[in-house]
Design a protein around this ligand. Sequence first.
Ligand code: ZN
Length: 440
Amino acid sequence: MSTIIQLTADPGEIASRAVSRERHLRVSSSKKALFLLFLLILGGCKKRQLTTPTIEMDIGSEFWIRILLLNDVQGCILKSVSPFSVIDEKADPQIQIAETRFNQINVPISLELINGRITIAGKTFANDEVVIFPGDPYIFNLNGSDYRGKLRLIINPDNNSFDVINLVPPEPYLAGVVGAEMPGYWEPEALKAQAITARTYCFYIKKRFGTNRNWDMKQTAAHQVYRGLAAESTQIWHAVNETKGQVITCKQSDGIEDIFPAYYSSTCGGHTENSKNVFGDSYEPLTGVPCPYCQDVAKPKFFFWPMIQFNETDITARLLQRYSQLKQLGEITNITVVGQSDYGEFTRLTKVKLHGSTGKSDFLRAEDFRLAIDPTGRKFRSTICQIIKLPGKWAFFSGRGWGHGVGMCQCGVQGMARDGKNTKQILSYYYPGSKIKSIY
Ligand SMILES: [Zn+2]
C-alpha cells in the first residue's frame, strides 16, 4: 500500500514547539502558575500516552496479527519498560524451564544467535523458537522503535540467522497502521474508512497466506505500513476504537459473503482501476469507479508527476532481476502497450509487451513492469502515463496519480469526508456492493 507523505510533524513535536513559543511570552504570576500547571499536565499526558496499556491482550489467538519486523538477522537490541518473560513454547516442562524472567528495565538487551542458539542477555535457549512477553503495559522497543504485544524469535532452517515477529492484537496493530498510512489530522470519517479497510486487508492476507508461514504481514508498503507506537495519536486511536472489529465483505464466487482484499492506494488520478488488471483477482467491489475527489486533496506536484527516463540497459537489468524468465529475450529492444483502461481524459496502462534482441517477446502486467523498473514507486508513480523511446533510453510522461489505483483512493476518501460524507458512504462508493460487518 502506498503511504501518503506526512505533511506535518507529529503531535508531540507540535506540542513542544508550542511550549517553547509560550516560554517567550511575558506572563503574570497567576498566569505563570497556570502555565506551570499546563506544563505539568502536558508532561503527565505525554507520559501516560507512552505507557497506555495495550488493549485486547486477552482476545482469542485467531485474531492476533503476526508482523515480520526483521528477517534473516544475527542480532538485535531489545528494551522494555517493564520486566519481561521469555517463554520457550516447545520446552518439555518435565526437563526444561519453560519461562525465564528478566528484570532489566529500560536497558538495552542484546538478542543474538551464538553457536546457532538464541541468546538473550547472555542466557542461551535450547529450542529454535521463543516468545518474549513484556509485562503491563505490554510495550517493548526493538532497535529503537516502540511496539505493543509480544515478540517471537524463530531460528531459520540454515541455523545462521533468525526472524523477529511482532505478535499484536488487531486494534493496537491498526493504530500503528492507520497513523502510518494517513495523516492523523485528516477528517475523522476518512480515518475510520482507513481503519476498516486496513483491518479487512490484514485479515484477508492472514487468512489467505498466513497458514503457510510464521507471519501474516510485512510492515512495509508491500502490505501496509506499520510503525507501532510512533504512528499512534488520540485521533488515530479514536478511528480504530470507533470501528472496532469492523470489516467489509462482499459476495464471493461461491455466493458466500466474506472478506476480500480491500486494496487501497494513495491517489488514483481520477478513476480507480479494476483489480483484475493489476492483481489478477476479480471481486465486484474492485472493478473501478470514477474519482473526482483526489485532485482537490493531493497537491498538484503529487497528482501529476514529472517525466522520468531510464537507460535501456537499466530497464533490461531491472526486469531480469525480478523476472528471470525474461532472460530468453536478451536485451529489451522495444516496449509496446497492449492493454489499457480508457477513462476519456486519460488512460491507465494495464499490459505491456516486451520485445527482445533474440527475437522472442513476453508480456507483463503494467503494474509489475512499473515496480520492476522502480521498486520504491517514488519516481515511476503510476501506470497512468505514456511511454516514448528516445536514443538509448525510455521516457515515461504525462503521469498522474500515485500507486496502483485499485480500491479505495486515500486522497479521494479525504475529499469525500471533507464534503460531509460518512464512513459508510465512503466505503460503499469505493467498494460498490460491499457491506460493513463486525467479526469480533
Ligand atoms: Zn482518486
